[in-house]
Design a protein around this ligand. Structure first.
Ligand SMILES: C[S@@+](CC[C@H](N)C(=O)[O-])C[C@H]1O[C@@H](n2cnc3c(N)ncnc32)[C@H](O)[C@@H]1O
Length: 425
């Protein structure tokens, strides 16, 4: 699961502090202060500085949780399509409760996510008499102190709307907020898993997680996969063979499968997944795109794959770190692909080694790992228990154990926070 661009990995600990809205000297890391000067000898921050850092993190968490409301209630989409809107207009348009919409709009404006557009003169809210759920009739009188709050209009700036509502944009980040919804709903099970060592399955995380995953990667597969593969001669040649047989394991909603089929019109592409709702969504998307004749989806544990005919290329997009049995799955791919064919893994572009403080990509991936991928991996027993932070050395170990002779990191840059590997027969 990744949704930030790998360029963020070049940011530093002091960038992170600034990003959290903290004064640059709050962590003692501004450029005029020698690193470590004035810090407690135990390697931490002062209580004041750490409190600032933690409060900054809380403010960010609130914004992401509030974005989940805006995403799921259709508020961002309504503001993008019809803003500026008052709280009554927003509630009316989306069938939601005005009092909650008003609180949310004020929070969003306070955080700089929406902007206020005052209307010339306070007047009763346009949809006041329509009795939206949560309306308080007293608030509607122009002399009531709340009437200003009711007549204030809010707009979602264009750039913000792209990030929060444009599913086709590489900058679309609403799926991050949707992951928070999935995680919050499973917090009791997560706490139990942390006590027992048992996990929480992908199926248990449900629709929010599935859709978040699908929507986060969709624009990258749709826009960037074809050019990325065209720049990899060995992979491109395998895919370009007339009638090429292509496998996509852990295909989820199938956006990678469809992107492969679109880019290589002579290929037949076969997606596998263990999650039935994901496969239903993938089949629907294939039919809608008219690719049903060359794209098939199958409900199958990739570790159990027995290919009747060899494949020319196989892909595992952002799933190896989730697999309870990664070596068995990679061994299936090795057997399924003809000698000289291509086996490609796309997974998180984490650092080669653990470091603390970590860069943004490692921090992001530890977040997914704590709350989704590691619990999912451990929901099967036994399990490799890889977690999202699968470093190159770990994947190399899995590949060697699966009978490959090694792996190459492929020259695919600027593909979200992903790295591409080719496993060598
Ligand atoms: C993080 S999602 C990635 C989905 C998709 N490849 C993408 O990049 O958006 C991992 C996917 O692997 C699937 N999966 C997990 N274990 C599997 C297995 N043993 N065989 C096939 N698919 C599996 C899950 O159901 C899920 O759809």
């Amino acid at each position: 699961m990744a949704a930030i661009e790998s360029s963020t990995s070049e940011s530093t600990a002091s960038d992170d502090a600034a990003g959290a809205g903290l004064p640059r000297d709050a962590t003692g890391t501004d450029s005029s202060t020698p690193r470590g000067a004035g810090l407690p000898a135990d390697g931490g921050l002062s209580a004041d500085a750490f409190a600032d850092q933690f409060l900054g993190a809380w403010l960010g968490t609130v914004d992401v949780m509030a974005a989940h409301l805006g995403d799921r209630l259709g508020w961002y989409r309504a503001l993008a399509a019809s803003g500026p809107l008052t709280s009554s207009e927003l509630a009316h348009t989306t069938g939601t409760a005005e009092r909650f919409a008003r609180e949310w709009l004020e929070q969003q404006a306070g955080s700089g996510i929406v902007v206020v557009q005052e209307r010339p003169s306070p007047s009763p809210a346009p949809h006041a008499d329509e009795g939206a759920p949560g309306d308080d009739p007293d608030d509607l009188h122009p002399d009531h102190p709340r009437s200003t709050a009711r007549t204030r209009a809010y707009a979602l700036p264009t750039g913000h709307a792209e990030v929060l509502t444009d599913e086709a944009s590489l900058l679309y980040l609403a799926p991050l907020a949707r992951f928070v919804g999935a995680i919050a709903a499973r917090m009791p099970q997560l706490l139990e898993a942390y006590r027992t060592g048992n996990g929480v399955s992908w199926e248990q995380f449900g629709e929010d997680a599935r859709e978040a995953q699908s929507d986060a990667n969709r624009p990258w597969f749709t826009q960037r996969l074809a050019p990325a593969l065209a720049g990899l001669p060995a992979v491109h040649d395998a895919l370009s063979m007339p009638g090429a047989r292509v496998l996509d394991v852990g295909c989820g909603f199938g956006w990678s499968t469809l992107a492969l089929a679109r880019a290589y019109p002579q290929a037949v592409v076969h997606g596998l997944d263990v999650d039935l709702p994901s496969l239903d969504a993938a089949r629907t998307a294939a039919a809608e795109e008219g690719l049903g004749d060359r794209v098939t989806f199958e409900h199958l544990d990739a570790a159990r794959l027995e290919a009747a005919e060899p494949y020319d290329a196989a892909f595992a997009f952002e799933c190896v770190h989730d697999l309870p049995h990664p070596v068995e799955v990679l061994a299936s791919l090795r057997r399924a692909v003809r000698p000289g064919g291509a086996v490609v893994v796309m997974d998180e572009a984490v650092a080669d080694e653990f470091s603390a403080p970590a860069d943004d990509i490692d921090r992001l991936m530890y977040g997914y790992s704590l709350f989704v991928c590691l619990p999912d991996g451990l929901s099967t027993s036994p399990s490799a228990g890889t977690g999202t932070v699968m470093r190159t050395s770990m994947l190399r170990r899995y590949a060697l154990d699966a009978g490959f002779t090694g792996l190459d990191v492929l020259p695919v840059d600027d593909f979200a926070a992903f790295r591409f590997y080719q496993l060598m027969h």
